[in-house]
Design a protein around this ligand. Structure first.
Ligand SMILES: Cc1cc2nc3c(=O)[nH]c(=O)nc-3n(C[C@H](O)[C@H](O)[C@H](O)COP(=O)(O)OP(=O)(O)OC[C@H]3O[C@@H](n4cnc5c(N)ncnc54)[C@H](O)[C@@H]3O)c2cc1C
Length: 325
């Protein structure tokens, strides 16, 4: 079975990166269907921006914990978030030309970046250069964007987090979506395997019977992987697009977004409108379905929704203490 699957990969990758095949193999005892096997392109992500990030001590920088700031401009934008102990900045710069090549930056690139944008103010009496000089950690990275087409291979390999989808960090959604991926995937696997792992790794009997059971289990896991992708795909595509748009707007990619960024989006009513539109989806964030409730979550205007992973449910309060409208 595996050898045949590999032959499939090769024939697909030789012909057309977008092709989907279903392979049916007949053995002495059973007919088994290998599920859809789509090969992803070598470079699925597009890089439009590079980003210098740095972490530095809040107190030394003269910032108050909780302070934050966004500065927008042509081709460049800055975000600053001050925490209790340390603060973080991200400086976004649009590339001259988008690329699908993987970009790696070295110390010279980082120094040139700081030389270019170092004079920009982060706060009163604090510039990018000064904050960078206090850095505890820093890095210059290409911001890859996109959603990989196929997230799993049979019941053997499955992608979560940045391996499956990458966003610009403007909306702080990348890592969060990776964690939601894991929640949805675990729910799907739990439904198939149960809490004990469905006997994974416990085959003792050997021979044909064991092989059949293993194939059946692999097929069930493959279906769980596919269900996971189906449930997550729409959401991550939306988040990816929204993050890209936020970065475009903050770096004034064109006259229209500059106009909206300067004259429309700063109004609190407009911001509230967009936040309210997004809130129901956040309230419906998937949870581990097999874990008993009991967690106390902060209450907000929009109540948490008890839902199966990715499925929309009628809004109702999550069954936890202290949560409600
Ligand atoms: C500047 C910046 C700010 C961000 N801010 C936020 C934010 O505020 N909120 C948010 O939700 N997200 C944020 N993100 C996104 C977030 O960092 C990523 O979405 C998250 O780190 C992805 O986690 P991951 O585990 O999927 O992948 P990664 O963090 O990339 O982890 C993959 C790991 O696998 C290792 N690895 C790779 N190849 C191999 C191999 N062949 N063998 C063994 N190990 C390997 C890598 O070294 C790495 O440790 C930000 C990203 C950037 C760049």
């Amino acid at each position: 079975m595996r050898a045949l699957a590999l032959a499939d990969i090769n024939s697909n990758s030789n012909s057309n990166n977008t092709k989907t095949t279903t392979t049916t193999t007949t053995t002495a005892t059973t007919t088994k269907t290998k599920t859809a096997t789509t090969i992803n392109p070598d470079r699925p992500f597009l890089t439009n921006y590079r980003c210098l990030w740095a972490r530095f001590p809040t107190k030394q920088a003269g910032l108050s914990p909780g302070a934050w700031n966004e500065t927008h401009g042509t081709g460049c934008a800055i975000q600053l978030f001050a925490g209790e102990g340390t603060s973080v900045i991200a400086i976004y710069e649009r590339l001259e030309k988008p690329t699908r090549e993987r970009i790696r930056f070295g110390p010279d690139d980082e120094a040139a970046f700081v030389a270019r944008w170092g004079d920009l103010p982060l706060a009163k009496d604090l510039t990018v250069r000064e904050a960078y000089a206090m850095k505890l950690q820093a890095g210059l990275v290409g911001l890859e964007e996109g959603v990989v087409r196929t997230w799993s291979w049979g019941g053997c390999v499955v992608l979560v987090g940045d391996a499956a989808h990458k966003f610009t960090p403007s909306t702080g959604a990348g890592c969060n979506n990776g964690m939601v991926d894991v929640v949805v995937l675990v729910n799907e696997l739990y439904a198939v395997l149960g809490g004990g792992g469905g006997g994974l790794g416990q085959d003792r009997r050997g021979g044909k019977e064991e092989e059949e059971e293993r194939d059946e289990r692999e097929e069930a896991i493959a279906k769980a992987f596919e269900a996971y992708q189906t449930k997550r795909r729409g959401a991550v595509e939306k988040f990816c697009a929204a993050s890209g748009k936020a970065t475009d707007a903050s770096t004034w990619k064109n006259g229209l977004v500059k106009f909206l960024d300067v004259h429309v989006l700063p109004y609190r009513r407009v911001q509230r409108f967009f936040l309210d539109r997004g809130a129901p989806e956040i309230a419906n964030t998937p949870v581990l379905e097999f874990v008993e409730d009991g967690e106390t979550l902060p209450a907000g205007r929009v109540p948490w929704v008890e839902s199966s992973a990715g499925a929309r449910a009628e809004p109702k309060s999550r069954k936890v203490a202290g949560v409600g409208a």
